[in-house]
Write a protein that binds this ligand. Sequence first.
Ligand code: PGA
Length: 251
Amino acid sequence: MRRYVFAGNWKMHKTVSEAVALARALREGLDKEATPHEVVVMPPFTALPAVGEALKGSPIAMGAQNMYWEREGAFTAEISPVMLRDVGCTYVILGHSERRHIFDETDEGVGKKSRAAFDHGLTPMVCVGETLTERESSRTLEVVERQVERALRPLQSEEVASMVVSYEPVWAIGTGRVATPNQAEEVQAFLRRRIARSHGDDAAEAVRILYGGSVNPGNISGIMVQADVDGVLVGGASLKADSFLQIVNYR
Ligand code: PGA
């Protein structure tokens, strides 16, 4: 059975004690209703060590929201993949649209980070997605193709097979405006075909492609029925245990 991924990106929310409380509540909730799928939380950097402790021995995995590609050095304020492994991360989000659009991250940088993630034992969750202007000028597929091609270029097929790609239309993030199932499926199917061309059919079949953008307990089942959706990356609705658990346990 295919293991879907339910990831919660907490963004710049939660102090350490708030983050630990949420992690504990999720742990308790999942104990009650076990899920066959993979659940991942992405707290802010400051809370990673404490959340890592709180989740020890639980089935919930932890990831970071970003990283730099070097292992150490004079890179003020950056965090390395080695440091993330050290506090218990197994995943890392790369190229989130907020990183691309607010902090000017480039496609090439995302590629370097993907390479570095695998070099240090982290699984990258690479985000791609078009802005509203790009969608309205019919450039969606061209944009996501460029983003995914450059992010995956430094990777071997076996690596791509084990990673996660998340399609997150920028106009759907935090706006309450979710992509229709057909809009999401069109892009996800296109991404899978594109990955088959660059890294082969096996990698394209195995790579898990998530949808992200205003996912909530009310729309999760409509999203998950799409053939090429292998899970979701959730922002706002992952900040409360009950709404995230309702998403994870969707029917
Ligand atoms: P949202 O964020 O669920 O709040 O729209 C999704 C994301 O940015 O990962």
